[in-house]
Ligand binder design. Structure first.
Ligand code: XIL
Length: 985
């Protein structure tokens, strides 16, 4: 005979929790346990069930039973809600499974019998929450089953009712189960009790539960009188998280004045605290409720564990509500897919962290990777936070774990300008600084001698925008190049067997490539022991072209230096403002194809590459979710749940990639089909068709009523008449041989070029936009592009003569030589300010004159783009990239002469390029600008990406805006629709 066990179950749960809170200083690893919380078989009586509704009676009757000899008989009902009720043994934050058996008493009609929870929050309105229901007849026992999560403090009743007002029914074998492990049951704080629900202030802040702070329900928690940015509400979660388990954490926050709020965890062991971000602080607008959310994996032993909300700066008040902690059930990794390490001819590794050495993450690492590198644990701030005070706990743990698991280890990084404590540079002469550096290298490298085989000795020392190509870090400012020389010399002394690496990002871009190349060449010639160049390779789904990566590897191969890819990831964004709620499947497919092209390069260049490290284990932990802004950005081969993405298949088995539909802008335009490259083709870069072996190509299209003009530039060094380009438009293939032979019915011409051949053709296209381009060489190699054309208007062009004006806001005669363009493309509003614009150039500078018609001028808005102003967009190389290259600039001058500059996220390469002046004139204003373009050598005939935008403010908002060419309104993040400016004599 079974008995109801609600109280005991609760007590057992509590004592389990207490035993490890009190006894041990560590939290046990999670273990699965679905336990019966209560069961009611009515063999011993009504077991706590009571009548619900007047006239109702409940008895443990023997006339029928599902199991045993008795069931709970409910009679005397006269309303649908009449029935039998019990106080359920539910614990807040826990999810329960409830099953029961029901049957109508013989002769009673069929009805719906339901189990429902009646829940009354303190001071709130009663709600009725359905748990399970089924159609019940008098002919057999029917099973009811459902789940219930008790989320908020309330008075509870669980009851059975029937849609038949007078139906008498029986219940039996009611079983409530739950996951009793408190580290899996989660936690909710809704403050509906009108209390702080165990939230306390971290500093002296005042926490006020109250009805002025409710996100939902009647109450929330006000946070005022904060003493510091880190002072705010905190809730202990010790005992609610297990080491190695992952949790979703979220909380709603509201601030009265704009500020940045974030969610963090503080953990301690033996009094040593550590702080970890769950949701990086994000800028919040005043007055709105926003959800801060993130996941957290407890990767450490702890004896204190707390979640808290803090601000990025300041002590402004805020409110919180509806906090939730939820256990995330790990998905097993896929064991039936190829291991990445088996399919690659070089060492493949991943950046990792403590949490990734546990559970499924650990399995993923050891299945796919041969090498690991810590994302943060060996950086200076982690290893020597105060002088001579070394902290190796995480480093030791990770190196031990890797060694135990037979993994190679890359050390990252000894000398860097970032994540380096201030003390390192404080009061440092060159001698002191180099001594501190030497001490650091000796201690850190020495500790792991023989176990860390490769070290990033110096990181990110290049600044290609400096004449000498060297970053102006405190290292450089204090010690010049000697800091690099000393770092390598000391590193070699400490461990002569270690591979010593100079590591940097953007090394695939030509200017940075060159600057790094020059430095490595020079230092190696001096005898500085640089063994290898590390290419970080933080790229995105579109940029830069894969050919840049290959060019870089080939260039450094010429130096005879070892090369490694050290931090590969592929952002799904091409700019720093876009943010997807859910990343579209097409973008993940595109990312897969991008991984494929990149790994094609790596495989081709395997002789020059000793290793490739991917910057993370899986998308659930990547630096790109908070850099350069907080957003969902899954850049890795494995998703949040450690499952293989298209990115993985792009590396392991491209045959399994989802098909990709590319897209290409096809401007209106005409060319002469004669095999010569018309100027029109130079208005856009050729769209690359990926390389295989020696075969690569680029192509373009122009639309006219006569059909589709197509250009293909093929690189194929071995000339064979069976080399072909096949253009399929709207399903019809047009095949053109390298020698020019093609079928009748369309025009085409080919011509030999320095690296292969060019095809020009005019194809009948009708309205078809689907195009496939297949380039094949006689040897059987084939490359292709398939996708959709987007017809766009002709690209506007203008010219800039070589003259120098006086830049003072007064229109001098020199301008008469320059043709005038106007801002005729409306991107906001239907009327408003316009500008007449001219451009000139001389030596390294572009000059722009804008005469704006705008009788009412305002700078009231705090946002520069919402003030009356002129924006000049310049891409010195006319690359027409989605997103900005680092020398692309958005240069803005307001009617009062205020200057602002936009570019890549901190505009570091362009922010000093602009000078200018503005003057008011009747009916408007005049802007003159001088824009230095130091990244290119300006010369006659050069083409620049160029556009103009006029912002028309009315009061504190922008009412209208117009451009010269770009109709998208996205010119500030995307250069692909700007017009073209040609430099002339
Ligand atoms: C990043 C880490 O991944 C982040 O966790 C940390 O907050 C910032 O640093 N180039 C480098 C790496 O060399 O060390 C950086 O790692 C990413 C850019």
């Amino acid at each position: 005979m079974r008995t109801p066990r609600p109280r005991t179950a609760v007590l057992a749960l509590l004592s389990l929790a207490l035993s490890f809170l009190a006894g041990a200083s560590t939290v046990p690893a999670a273990h699965a346990a679905a336990a019966t919380i209560a069961s009611y078989d009515f063999e011993s009586g009504t077991q706590g069930w009571e009548p619900r509704g007047s006239g109702v009676s409940v008895t443990a009757a023997t006339d029928s039973a599902h199991g045993g000899t008795r069931s709970l008989l409910t009679t005397g009902r006269s309303a649908t809600w009449h029935g039998a009720a019990v106080t359920p043994p539910f614990e807040k934050g826990v999810s329960y499974q409830v099953t029961a058996w029901a049957r109508a008493v013989a002769g009673q009609p069929s009805s719906t019998v339901a189990l429902t929870v009646q829940r009354t929050p303190a001071g709130g309105t009663t709600v009725y929450e359905r748990v399970a229901a089924a159609t019940v007849t008098d002919s057999e026992w029917v099973r009811l089953s459902g789940t219930y999560t008790y989320a908020a403090d309330s008075a509870l009743s669980l009851y059975a009712e029937s849609s038949g007002e007078t139906v008498a029914f029986q219940l039996d074998d009611i079983v409530v189960t739950a996951d009793t492990d408190p580290t899996r049951s989660g936690l909710t704080s809704d403050f509906e009790t009108g209390t702080a629900q165990e939230w306390t202030a971290r500093g002296g802040a005042t926490l006020t539960p109250g009805d002025g702070f409710a996100h939902t329900g009647a109450y929330g928690l006000g946070v005022t009188n904060r003493q510091a940015s880190w002072d705010g509400p905190a809730r202990t979660v010790l005992g609610k998280m297990a080491k190695g388990s992952k949790y979703d954490l979220s909380v709603w926050v509201r601030t009265d004045s704009a500020q940045s709020l974030g969610l963090s965890v503080e953990r301690r062991l033996d009094g040593t605290p550590a702080y970890e971000r769950v949701a990086a602080p994000r800028a919040l607008a005043a007055g709105e409720w926003t959800r801060l959310a993130g996941t957290y994996t407890l990767a450490h032993d702890v004896d204190f564990l707390s979640v808290y909300v803090e601000s990025a700066a300041g002590t402004e008040p805020f409110a919180i509500d509806d906090f939730q902690l939820t256990y995330v059930e790990p998905k097993p990794i896929q064991t039936d897919i190829p291991s990445l390490k088996d399919s690659l001819p070089f060492t493949v590794g991943a950046a990792f962290y403590r949490g990734a050495t546990l559970g499924e993450h650990a399995k993923l690492i050891t299945k796919h990777y041969q090498s690991v590198t810590p994302g943060n644990s060996l950086k200076w701030d982690a290893t020597e936070p105060a002088e001579g005070d070394f902290t190796f706990a995480d480093g030791d743990y990770l190196v031990d774990w890797a060694t135990t698991n037979g993994l190679e280890f890359r050390g990252h990084t000894l000398v860097w300008h970032s994540q380096t404590p201030d003390w390192v540079f404080e009061g440092a002469t060159k001698e002191i600084l180099l001594q501190r550096m030497e001490n650091h290298i000796r201690a850190v490298m020495g500790r792991y001698k023989g176990r860390i085989g490769t070290w990033d000795v110096v990181n990110e020392v290049i600044d290609e925008n400096r004449p000498d190509g060297l970053r102006r870090s405190p290292w450089f400012e204090i010690a010049g190049l000697d800091y690099i020389r000393t770092a390598f010399r000391v590193a070699r002394e400490v461990d002569p067997d270690a591979t010593l690496v100079i590591n940097d990002y953007n090394t695939e871009f030509p200017r940075k490539r060159q600057a790094l190349y020059d430095l490595v060449k020079k230092l190696r010639a001096e005898g500085v022991p640089i063994d290898a160049v590390g290419h970080q390779l933080h790229v995105n789904v579109e940029q830069p072209p894969t050919s840049f990566i290959e060019d870089t590897i080939e260039k450094f191969a010429g130096l005879g230096v070892e090369q490694q890819v050290t931090e590969l990831d592929v952002s799904v964004y091409t700019d720093f403002v876009t943010s997807y709620d859910t990343v579209p499947a097409e973008i993940l497919a595109l990312q897969g194809h991008r991984y494929r092209e990149i790994f094609d390069v790596f495989r081709r260049q395997a002789d020059h590459l000793s290793s490739v490290t991917i910057w993370g284990v899986a998308d659930d932990a990547t630096w790109l979710s908070s850099f350069p802004i907080t957003r969902t950005n899954p850049p890795l081969p494995f998703d949040d749940e450690l499952q293989a993405k298209p990115a993985y298949w792009g590396i392991a088995d491209p045959g399994r990639l989802p098909p990709l539909t590319r897209s290409l802008n096809a401007p209106a335009g005409t060319v002469t089909v004669d095999g010569k490259r018309d100027d029109e083709w130079n208005l856009l870069p050729d769209a690359p068709i990926a390389r295989i072996g020696d075969l690569s190509a680029g192509w373009q299209a122009r639309t006219t009523s006569a059909g589709l003009y197509v250009l293909a530039e093929v690189n194929d060094p071995t000339d064979n008449k069976n080399d072909t380009v096949t253009l399929t438009v709207g399903g019809t293939p047009y095949r053109i041989q390298r020698g020019g032979t093609h079928a009748h019915g369309f025009r085409a011409h080919t011509k030999k070029t320095a690296t292969g051949y060019r095809v020009e053709a005019l194809l009948p296209s009708g309205t078809a936009t689907g195009v496939k381009v297949v380039v094949a060489d006689a040897g059987g190699q084939q490359i292709s592009w398939a996708g959709e054309l987007t017809p766009i208007p002709a690209i506007r062009t203008t010219r800039a003569p070589k003259r120098t004006p006086v830049v003072d806001g007064i229109v001098d005669a020199a301008w008469n030589q320059a043709p005038e363009i106007t801002t005729g493309t409306r991107i906001q509003g239907t009327s408003g300010a316009t500008a007449k614009v001219r451009a000139m150039w001389n030596s390294g500078t572009l000059y722009v004159l804008a005469r704006v018609t705008d009788p009412e001028l305002s700078e009231e808005s705090p946002n520069a783009w919402e003030q009356d102003s002129v924006e000049i967009f310049v891409d010195p190389q006319n690359n027409k990239t989605k997103g900005y290259d680092d020398d692309d600039g958005q240069y803005r001058i307001s009617f009062t002469g205020r200057q602002t500059v936009g570019g890549t996220f901190d505009a570091f390469a362009v922010k000093e390029n602009l000078t200018g002046a503005a003057t008011r004139v009747p009916g408007g204003y005049v802007v003159e600008a001088a824009i230095r373009l130091p990244t290119v050598t300006l010369a006659k005939d050069a083409l620049l990406g160029f556009d103009i935008q006029v912002n028309d403010a009315v009061g504190a908002t922008r009412a209208a805006a117009a451009t010269w060419n770009d109709p998208t309104g996205r010119g500030y993040v995307d250069t692909s629709r700007w017009g073209v400016l040609q430099l002339v004599k």
